[in-house]
Design a protein around this ligand. Structure first.
Ligand code: CP
Length: 308
């Protein structure tokens, strides 16, 4: 594998290798000196055209823990504001010797175009409403840590599926790893093409919850909505929000996930987000290990991931 563009590019062995490598690299986070020499001399460029807190900082922490040099580029404040194209920006960064480019872009497919133009590895950190493969990998890692396996888990992905790159990447990866995914959303927030996705579909959250091992709540992406997709925020929460009463419908060992950023009180209540069943902060921690694994596997060559 040269790039990581889609969760669907990974077969079961490749996805398992990423998760196993992440588990090995997670041990570095427990050391007093959280650093390995594995990517010394390599340069990773974080090319972010859209806002990010978790993905950008965790890619930066991951690359630095592997001793790579990191260049953080954000479209705001760059020559993009003078009209420079993605291609010219990418070629400029490549001319400075980027071995890997982590890209987040508002246009679906931008990382695929970038992969045609640059020599280094391209890692998709979220493209439009299309995909977010490292989010799906860190979610699978978190499920495996909390539930001991991914295969056979019943996963409900709930909310604004229409605008969610997290949902699409999770459906693809969870299918590869043998989990059963059900997408739950109002009809207006379900993609028309969903019948071609390898998952079940429901419009009734209360019916799905008792048969669920993992419930993954999605953010309502108001910034991508140019029409009214539901009557009011209150009505949305009443039908599709996860609150304490709905949490009680889940099996006792079910976990609650959210990729962040979350809108407390809209798709998830504050007490559920902060409950022991919630894995939200663990997902962030695991994101560093998973992104270390992906960077190591794409840029590390034959160097061992971790020394003694
Ligand atoms: N989950 C996620 O992609 O968060 P950010 O937008 O903060 O990177």
């Amino acid at each position: 594998m040269r790039h990581l563009l889609s969760a669907g590019d990974l077969d079961r062995d490749e996805a398992t290798l990423v998760l196993d490598t992440a588990a090995e690299l997670a041990r570095v986070g427990d050391r007093s000196v959280k650093k390995l020499p594995t990517l010394r001399g390599r340069t990773v460029v974080n090319l972010f055209y859209e806002d990010s807190t978790r993905t950008r900082t965790s890619f930066e922490v991951a690359a630095k823990r592997l001793s790579a040099d990191v260049v953080n580029f954000s479209a705001k404040g760059s020559s993009v504001s003078k009209g420079e194209s993605l291609k010219d920006t990418a070629l400029t960064l490549q001319a400075m010797g980027a071995d890997g480019v982590v890209i987040r872009h508002g246009a679906s497919g931008a990382p695929h175009r970038l992969a045609e133009w640059v020599d280094g590895a391209v890692l998709n950190a979220g493209d439009g409403t299309h995909e977010h493969p490292t989010q799906a990998l860190l979610d699978a890692y978190t499920m495996r840590e909390r539930r001991g396996r991914v295969e056979g888990l019943r996963v409900a992905v709930v909310g604004d599926v229409l605008h969610s790159r997290v949902a699409r990447s999770n459906v693809l990866l969870l299918h590869t790893l043998g989990a059963e995914t059900t997408l739950v959303a109002p009809p207006t927030l379900m993609p028309q093409s969903v019948h071609t996705w390898p998952c079940a579909v429901s419009y009734d959250l209360d019916e799905v919850l008792p048969k669920t091992d993992v419930v993954m709540m999605l953010r309502v992406q108001a910034e991508r909505m140019h029409a009214a997709f539901f009557p009011t925020a209150r009505e949305y929460s009443r039908r599709y929000g996860l609150d304490r009463e709905r949490l009680a419908r889940l099996p006792d060992d079910a976990i609650v996930m959210h990729p962040g950023p979350m809108v407390r009180g809209m798709e998830i209540s504050a007490d559920v987000a902060d409950s022991p069943r919630s894995t939200i902060t663990e997902q962030v921690t695991n994101g560093v290990s998973v992104r270390m694994a992906v960077l190591y596997l794409l840029l590390g060559g034959s160097a061992p991931a971790i020394g003694s």
